[in-house]
Design a protein around this ligand. Structure first.
Ligand SMILES: NC(=O)c1ccc[n+]([C@@H]2O[C@H](COP(=O)([O-])OP(=O)(O)OC[C@H]3O[C@@H](n4cnc5c(N)ncnc54)[C@H](OP(=O)(O)O)[C@@H]3O)[C@@H](O)[C@H]2O)c1
Length: 336
């Protein structure tokens, strides 16, 4: 089937700011190159990266994406949908395939995607569940499996356990057989326990790492404390993995320099210090979609909104009120 649509509905961004700079409007529909596919998008999922690109915070984002205003006017990365056109050089994918993955300008009726960044969705996985995975769950898998190398029986602390990446990290570490402690605000404690965490530490009432206990692995996706402070809660040969922290540091880098510092300090200390630089890829997506299909992983969807509710949903995400993931359904029949 060939699309004949000249324009499409999309969520657009004309400046850096809050959701007041977003609009739902008509934009030209994209055309796939020979090595791309065109996907009709059913559901999309914002994440903290969407919020960084919206606000232009950290400022380093603006160096890459436009100093005064974003060059990319359609927002979004993670999507699930159905292939509508296949480029002449693409093999192994067909019109009608249900796929999930990442692509720039994904929060739109149609998106062009590279085959290496999408995977087929198993029949048993819904579009809504699939849309939640490509950014947050891929980051979580690479943090738990590749950076932390979590082993059965290890004591693991997940900081930011109630968020998008954290909710997947808790489940993936539990699936490895680890004994997981989650760190989250009190309102998310029951949610974090429901993901398999043995205990939950409220960072507001228990701020001192000396009171947290000792862990073989700490993965920080929220806190932003200095490396030497977090290392106080590690066992002698423990591993510290830095994923990110939105409120850390100054506005230029927002603590992303901690990732670099962890890698540079690693050779000089007993602890293993490392960082995650997430790379979406088909193999990891297939692993995650398979785990959702056979019930070992939940997409932990807190909220599904239609396009009319998209701005309020992004506002809640930016205020870190979302438990786990939120999904925007572009097709009304996906609303539940
Ligand atoms: N390195 C990479 O490649 C990569 C990839 C993706 C994301 N990231 C980064 O990872 C971080 C998390 O992303 P996300 O999408 O999961 O964000 P998110 O959905 O907003 O989750 C962040 C969570 O952290 C909690 N939190 C805030 N301060 C905390 C603290 N001091 N201790 C423990 N929990 C705290 C928040 O809720 P409560 O305060 O209510 O608990 C929230 O649930 C962001 O900094 C993001 O930029 C990095």
């Amino acid at each position: 089937m060939t699309t004949t649509t000249a324009t499409m509905t999309a969520i657009t961004q004309h400046a850096y700011g809050g959701t007041e700079v977003l609009a739902v409007g008509r934009v030209p529909a994209p055309t796939p190159k020979p090595d791309q596919v065109l996907v009709r998008v059913h559901a999309v999922s914002p994440d903290s990266g969407t919020v960084h690109l919206l606000t232009g915070d950290p400022y380093a984002v603006r160096l890459a994406l436009g100093l005064r205003r974003p060059r990319q006017t359609v927002i979004g990365l993670a999507f699930a949908g159905v292939i509508e056109q296949v480029g002449s050089e693409v093999t192994g994918l067909s019109v009608g395939d249900r796929v999930a993955g990442t692509a720039w300008a994904a929060f739109a009726e149609l998106v062009v995607a590279a085959p290496a960044k999408i995977a087929r969705i198993p029949d048993g996985v819904s579009m809504v569940d699939a849309a939640a995975l490509p950014v947050s769950a891929s980051t979580a898998l690479q943090a738990v499996r590749d950076s932390a190398r979590v082993q059965s029986g290890q004591r693991v602390l997940i900081i930011g356990a109630g968020g998008g990446v954290g909710s997947f990290m808790v489940q993936l570490a539990v699936a490895e057989g680890a004994r997981v402690t989650g760190m989250a605000s009190a309102g998310k404690a029951a949610f974090v326990r429901s993901l398999g965490a043995e205990q939950v530490i409220d960072y507001r009432t228990t701020p001192d790492p000396a009171d947290w206990g000792r862990f073989d692995v700490i993965i920080d996706a929220a806190d932003g404390r200095a490396l030497h402070v977090l290392r106080r809660a590690l066992t002698e040969r423990g591993t510290l993995v830095i994923v990110g922290a939105d409120k850390a540091g100054g506005r230029l880098l927002r603590g992303t320099d901690r990732q670099l510092r962890a890698v540079m300090l690693d050779p000089w200390v007993r602890h293993r210090l490392t960082a995650v630089m997430q790379r979406e890829n088909r193999a990891d997506l297939e692993t995650l979609l398979g785990m959702v299909d056979d019930g070992r992983l939940s997409s932990s969807i807190d909220e599904v909104a239609g396009i009319d509710g998209a701005m309020a949903l992004i506002d809640r995400l930016a205020a870190q009120q979302t438990r786990g993931k939120a999904v925007i359904a572009l097709l009304p029949e996906l609303l539940r």
